[in-house]
Design a protein around this ligand. Structure first.
Ligand code: MSP
Length: 584
């Protein structure tokens, strides 16, 4: 059971009509990243994901395969849950299924409250129903056409899927009663939807007028659903059932529940359900509204939305196995921002892998662990540049963690002229200042789940560390006893800045970054995202380096082909095996 002071993060529950694709993995990845980030910033956090099992589409697919709907759901739910856990190492707290007993109770309870409060009524309803999207569409939101037998039908403007005319007695929800309250709510909460342009879209939609919606289907047409309380001739139409999963996951109506959600994550395809229907249901039931929504775009392949029907789906498991799970995670979290539709391609993944990961942070780790630069196999002592023999690390550390300038840290150590020149104090100061400010900056960006911005800031520092090493040439400094202390200073600063970057990267690439920190020998008590732990100077000189964890990121090289041949796959680089580390 979630605890009441938890941060609460949700993903949409996914339809069980196929195997998980990149889009499902992406939303769940975002939630996993935020959940880990919250935990590393000392917050309790509860992460809910799962599957949406009821509806006509599942009923029809199961029939076509000669299975019962529950059998089909069991099979697909297991494939989602296994993909999320075993392939992607997502640490969700609950995998909800809408056939779960407690969910059936919650959805029924919500329905009963809506009915008791006078917001549900029965009416004869005629409308165009899109089975594929499990939604009714308006005339304005669809285009007339003919079906494969030549009968008149309509096609959804949003998805292009076919819609059939449905005429039956349904239960209706008085959405129209919430036009004013919803408009007032969004006016009073201008930043509740990220990105801002999506909130404006919703405000305009509300301003254009809200009509009552059908919330049930006759069992004669759809039997695979939660029965309407008190009327077994009807089942709930999927969206009351589906959206109330967020309440079930919170433990509602138990008094210890963690409702409201801190963050609902979703793709732009289902924004109206989440940002209009859902708050209206909650207002009608007098239940608090979610605190924020994060709405992202669609992953595109060759300028087209990735989808099974276009035949351009990329299998997330295949790509993750080929390039590495954390490489795919990094690619997606780095490339996508909520304002746009991001593009995915193997070339794009390889470019990020080779530059930021293999050449960037992977190379940096090799430098910060190299035998020739760290001959004692321990964290070097920056105070060894002192002209006073035996000057201790403690006084130097005190100044570093108090964030004094590198110039003032160095001044008290009073090194020889040659050492002073060698450590590039100005460059070190700029680097340390940015590394020390990084945790605050990342926490700020991650409040809005801006993963691309967060990663951009961290990788700017990774680049600066590599530049600092490149400019200072510790491999040269180590060759003379006179300048060897400068090498220790340079390496200590570089390693501390790398430690800060890698710790901040744990929520994004948990497996690789834990390996990196293990190899550096970073103690567990420093693996937190807070300003205190993430300040240069925290790691004690003399701390032992860890074991070699192997090549962190394997570089890929393009197979060069004649210009007429289509671009071919990539192959692992031999160079990467030996690591491009300049240590002398
Ligand atoms: N079952 C409903 C959601 C109910 S939530 C109460 C549903 N399911 S779905 O299987 O179609 O999943 C839709 C979600 O999957 C999107 O909102 C998004 O989170 C993710 N994506 C599916 N395709 C996507 C892309 N091509 N790109 C990015 N995300 C996409 O709708």
């Amino acid at each position: 059971m979630p605890s009441s002071d938890s941060f609460y993060i949700t993903t949409p529950i996914y339809y069980v009509n196929g195997k998980p694709h990149i889009g499902h993995v992406y939303t769940t990845l975002l939630a996993d990243c935020m959940n880990r980030f919250q935990k590393m910033t000392h917050h309790k956090s509860f992460f809910l994901t799962g599957v949406d099992e009821h509806g006509l589409k599942v009923q029809q697919t199961a029939e076509a395969r000669g299975l019962s709907p529950k059998e089909l759901c069991d099979e697909v739910a297991a494939s989602f849950s296994s993909c999320f856990t075993n392939e992607f190492n997502f640490q969700f707290d609950r995998f909800i299924r809408t056939t779960d007993e407690d969910h059936v109770c919650t959805a029924s309870k919500l329905w009963s409250i809506l009915a008791t409060n006078g917001f549900i009524y029965k009416a004869n309803y005629e409308g165009w129903y899109c089975v594929s999207d499990e939604t009714f569409v308006t005339e304005a939101n669809s285009t007339p056409g003919v079906d494969k037998d030549g009968n008149p039908c309509r096609y959804s403007n949003d998805s292009g899927h076919i819609c059939i005319l449905v005429n039956e007695e349904n239960y209706m929800f008085r959405l129209s009663a919430f036009q004013e309250p919803l408009a007032a709510y969004y006016a009073a909460h201008p930043n509740v939807i990220i990105p801002a342009h999506r909130q404006r879209e919703i405000e305009q939609f509300i301003a254009a007028g809200l009509k009552d919606i059908s919330v049930s289907r006759s069992v004669k047409k759809v039997s695979w659903g939660i029965p309407v309380p008190g009327d077994s001739d009807h089942v709930m139409y999927v969206w009351i059932d589906a959206l109330s999963n967020y309440l079930t996951g919170s433990g509602w109506p138990d008094p210890t529940n963690i409702w409201p959600a801190s963050f609902h994550l979703l793709g732009k395809d289902i924004i109206r359900f989440h940002c209009i229907y859902w708050p209206a249901f909650l207002l009608a039931a007098k239940i608090p509204l979610p605190q924020r929504y994060f709405v992202h775009g669609w992953w595109m392949v060759n300028q087209q939305k990735m989808s099974k029907s276009y035949g351009n789906s990329i299998d997330p498991i295949e790509v993750a196995r080929k390039y590495g799970v954390d490489t795919l995670k990094y690619f997606m979290l780095r490339e996508a921002s909520p304002e746009t539709d991001p593009s995915i391609s193997e070339d794009g993944i390889v470019a990020r892998l080779n530059s930021d990961l293999a050449n960037g942070i992977g190379n940096l780790l090799l430098r910060c662990w190299a035998q020739s630069l760290l001959p004692t196999r321990k964290w070097p002592n920056p105070a060894s540049i002192s002209s006073t023999p035996g000057d201790s690390f403690a006084s130097c550390q005190q100044k570093l963690v108090a964030k004094q300038s590198i110039a003032s840290v160095v001044a008290t150590l009073n090194p020889s002229e040659k050492v002073l020149v060698s450590i590039n104090a100005d460059l070190a100061n700029t680097l340390v200042t940015s590394a020390n400010g990084l945790s605050i900056l990342c926490i700020e960006h991650m409040q809005d789940l801006l993963t691309s911005k967060t990663l951009g800031c961290i990788f700017d520092v990774v680049e600066s560390i590599n530049n600092y090493i490149q400019t200072s040439e510790p491999w040269r400094l180590g060759k003379s006893p006179e300048t060897a202390p400068a090498r220790d200073f340079v390496m200590y600063i570089a390693m501390e800045c790398l430690r800060i970057c890698a710790t901040l990267l744990i929520p994004f690439m948990p497996d690789k970054m834990s390996k990196l920190l293990n190899q550096l020998g970073v103690p567990d008590n420093l693996r937190w995202i807070d300003e205190n732990a993430l300040t240069v100077g925290r790691t004690a000189a003399g701390c032992s380096l860890g074991e070699n964890q192997g090549i962190l990121f394997q570089k890929y090289e393009e197979v060069k082909e004649s210009s007429s041949a289509p671009k071919k796959a990539q192959k692992p680089s031999k160079k990467a095996q030996t690591a491009e580390v300049k240590v002398e």
